[in-house]
Design a binder for this molecule. Structure first.
Ligand code: PRP
Ligand code: URA
Length: 210
């Protein structure tokens, strides 16, 4: 499948971690660890978009050129499951600011219910990365971008572990400028709106609330 503005981040280590996430016998501890490691791979991949300023530094031997990150970076996890991706991103992007968006999918209508928003100022100057391990119908992702675009965000990225084709298409249709990074495109959605084969409910499996 070929999508515009979509990058599949994959390699043998990524494939092994996804296998651990999918396995229903994986315990909460191992589930979190694999999510963290996958988020690390994704953070490296999206860092290709960062720009550099040249600086001069002194080694013990001489003055030489180095670099610093030019961009202001804002990470916005979608609560709850997106929280599990923050620590890996912050590890690699230590100056990033972190906002939060609380969305809960209604189990009947599958529409997102908004319950919390707190984002940093000056979103218009930042590269803004929405973090959520699951892109299912795309309703939550679209609601998150609706919100941050109203607050001026322009340079937009969505970072997920597992994506359904339905969610990718929905996000492309409503927010075509968003660059999506994901470690898997799964087959589709079942009658309850769950990604198949998927990994189940990412929030419940991360926080042990099954
Ligand atoms: C999950 C997931 C996404 C959303 C994806 O969250 O983390 O936010 O569902 O589904 P969609 O693409 O169809 O909108 P959920 O609503 O289960 O909340 P939780 O993280 O608190 O469990
Ligand atoms: N949210 C999840 O956590 N899992 C899915 O499969 C779909 C939405």
């Amino acid at each position: 499948m070929n999508y515009n503005n979509f990058t599949l981040v994959t390699n043998p280590l990524v494939k092994r971690e996804i296998t651990i996430l999918r396995d229903k016998n994986t315990c909460v501890r191992d589930f979190r660890r694999s999510l963290n490691r996958l988020a690390f791979h994704l953070a490296v991949a999206v860092s290709e978009n960062l720009e550099l300023d040249e600086i001069l530094i002194e080694t013990p031997l001489e003055v030489t050129k180095g670099v610093k990150i030019k961009n202001s970076i804002v990470l916005i996890p979608v609560l709850r499951a997106g929280l599990s991706m923050v620590s890996s991103f912050v590890e690699l992007m230590p100056n990033a600011k972190v906002g939060h968006i609380g969305l809960q999918r209604d189990e009947e209508t599958l529409l997102p219910i908004e319950y919390y928003y707190k984002t940093p100022k000056n979103l218009e100057e930042a590269k803004v990365f929405i973090l959520d391990p699951m892109l299912a119908t795309g309703g939550s992702a679209c609601a998150a971008f609706d919100f941050i675009k109203k607050r001026g965000a322009k340079d937009l990225y969505f970072v997920s572990i597992i994506s359904a084709p339905e969610g990718i298409e929905n996000l492309h249709k409503n927010h075509p400028e968003v660059k999506i990074y994901s470690t898997s495109i799964d087959r589709g959605l079942n009658e309850n709106g769950y990604i198949v084969p998927g990994l189940g409910d990412a929030g419940d499996r991360t926080f042990g609330t099954l």
